[in-house]
Design a protein around this ligand. Structure first.
Ligand code: N01
Length: 546
């Protein structure tokens, strides 16, 4: 970092002057630092709340944590050398392996010297006269930067529901998104797990295999497709490495950032028998392909969706031996895929174990946590450990936790009181020089994240480069462009089945959160084309000032 004496002379304590402050050292922050520092030559630093790099993969250390996208495309594409030298061990790598990858990236590109760990950004204020951000951290750093770049991630603000009595619980409790670094020993323990999203579905079989007894508290049953994890063979790795250019091209040109062959057929272009064979084959193959590689109308046409939903319901009934338990595990209140579809390893099979029971919170909601366990309307369950797999204050939580103030001191919290508003998910009117990597209003969580992250980081870098070339010190989304984009995001979501589910995409998991469909559902390729077009037209929809 470079110290600017002109600012230090007048300000106490000393203010460091940088070109860019990046918040967060996960997938986004690491790549942003690389681009800003090593490609653009900016003075940049990263503040990271965790004591290590890795973001999501630093925090989510719960048993069973692994990636639901396949390893060879859930990674960076920007460095051919990195792609060629890194060896993934399996199709769906476990959390420690992804964390090792990100640590390797930090070391390989010598990023650590500009990352300050254990430091949370608590606030940032835009200085209108200087076109700079003044950033404050939990450690008392005060830094001035031309650009403030959020790389805080979409799912990083853990949601521990406010259930009365948690403070009195005499056992241990954990949230999956802030899991301890030490091993949690479930042997001989009665464990209660709340939540059956992607995380709960990954954790359930692993905890059940170790605990004395596992009670799963389910509010909403979920559709889940087997992952079919397997080691990657030498031959597969060789093929992947040889075809990386093609893989990345396919991923970038796709709807969701997955390099699958695009499907153009509707669920009704084939007869019942062929449709069944297609679903069966994809069920055997496992993973997100069931969703993205089957039919192109599952998210748009309820009848088409019903064919997939009914197939999965039938699989649940075939797998779970107790028909009552099977019925409780069977989702009926939302279309398949309108909540983020989990993939699993033996999730439904786990309910055939003698040491696992299911509590349906729709039948008897949780009333309180007692010193000895969880009490529902029906009874008290005695527990030694409670695991909250209750998700996140998604997309906005981590941004709003900081006190970010734009032009005229207006806070982001106030601006977003009716839900998040952005232009392209990249910038916010009234907050010049502030960029949000995979912010609300961009495809982000609906896509394979690293592909979306790279697109945003590269767009932001090109924008800063353009500003430098044009002698501009300030860029700000216009109110008009932002309004139009917000409206477009809403309209496109309304064309799909997504708004029919009470999902975290809508903020429905957080009591009191304004219900707005936050990610952009128009697809990665059209979105990328739009962003590129905006840039080609001299950053249309942005005010650029010298
Ligand atoms: O969180 P969730 P998650 N009382 O919000 C329930 C990503 N991810 O951590 O559905 C009782 O999906 C809640 O019930 P309901 C992925 O994008 C990625 O599982 O709201 N229950 C739900 O069952 C994913 O979507 C990977 O009715 C309560 C569960 O808790 C995202 O993270 C792996 C409750 C929360 O599910 C979040 O997944 C894992 C309450 N008060 C996750 N509050 C990868 O592979 C909430 N629930 C990369």
């Amino acid at each position: 970092m470079v110290f600017d004496p002109s600012q230090g002379a007048t300000t106490e304590p000393a203010v460091e002057a940088l070109d860019a402050v990046i918040i967060g050292a996960g997938f986004s922050g690491l790549y942003m630092l690389y681009r800003a520092r090593d490609v653009l030559g900016l003075r940049a630093c990263v503040f990271e709340a965790g004591d290590g790099v890795g973001g999501t993969w630093f925090w989510n250390r719960y048993p069973g944590a692994r990636c639901d996208s396949e390893s060879f495309y859930y990674c960076y594409s920007f460095s051919e050398e990195l792609s060629q030298e890194w060896t993934w061990t399996s199709k769906y790598p476990e959390q420690p392996e992804i964390l090792r990858y990100l640590e390797h990236v930090a070391d390989r590109f010598d990023l650590r010297r500009d990352i300050q760990l254990g430091t949370r950004v608590v606030g940032a204020r835009f200085d209108d006269a200087a076109d700079r951000w003044e950033v404050e951290t939990s450690r008392g750093d005060r830094v001035s930067a031309r650009f403030l770049i959020s790389a805080v991630g979409c799912l990083s603000s853990a949601n521990v529901p406010e259930i009365p009595g948690l403070g009195r619980f005499e056992g241990n409790w954990y949230h999956t998104g802030a899991w301890p670094h030490e091993r949690v020993d479930f042997r001989g323990k009665r464990v209660g797990l709340i939540g059956t999203g992607s995380t709960g579905i990954q954790a359930t079989p692993v905890i059940a295999a170790e605990a004395d007894h596992l009670t799963v508290f389910q509010r909403t049953p979920n559709y889940s497709v087997p992952a079919r994890n397997a080691p990657l063979t030498e031959e597969e790795l060789r093929k992947i490495r040889t075809h990386y250019a093609e893989i990345w091209k396919r991923a970038r040109d796709s709807f969701g950032g997955f390099p699958y062959q695009r499907v153009e057929r509707s669920a009704f272009e084939v007869d019942d028998e062929e449709r069944e064979q297609i679903y069966d084959q994809l069920w055997q193959d496992g993973g997100f392909k069931f969703m993205w590689g089957s039919f192109n109308d599952l998210l748009f046409n309820k009848e088409a969706n019903d064919t997939a939903a009914e197939f999965i319901r039938r699989k649940i009934r075939e797998t779970v031996k107790d028909p009552d338990v099977a019925a409780r595990l069977t989702p009926t209140d939302h279309p398949f895929g309108t909540k983020r579809p989990p993939i699993d390893t033996d999730y439904f099979e786990t309910f055939n174990r003698d040491n696992v029971s299911l509590v349906d919170l729709r039948e008897s909601p949780i009333v309180e946590i007692t010193p000895r366990g969880i009490r529902t309307e029906a009874k008290e369950y005695e527990l030694d450990v409670i695991v909250f797999a209750t998700g996140f204050d998604a997309m906005t939580g981590s941004l709003l936790r900081m006190d970010i103030r734009g032009v005229g001191g207006r806070s982001l919290r106030e601006k977003w009181s009716e839900g998040p508003k952005t232009y392209l998910g990249l910038q916010i009117a009234g907050f010049p020089n502030f960029f949000t990597i995979t912010g609300p209003g961009s495809p982000s969580v609906l896509s394979n994240m690293p592909v979306s992250i790279e697109q945003h980081v590269e767009w932001i870098s090109a924008c800063i480069e353009y500003m430098r070339a044009h002698g501009s010190t300030r860029i700000e989304a216009t109110e008009k462009a932002e309004e139009e984009w917000v409206e477009h995001v809403r309209q496109v979501a309304d064309l799909t089945l997504f708004p029919r589910a009470s999902s975290w995409y809508l903020g429905a998991n957080i009591p009191g959160k304004k219900r707005v469909f936050m990610p952009y559902v128009g697809g990665l390729l059209p979105y990328r084309e739009r962003c590129d077009e905006v840039a080609r037209r001299g950053y249309e929809g942005f005010d650029l000032r010298p």
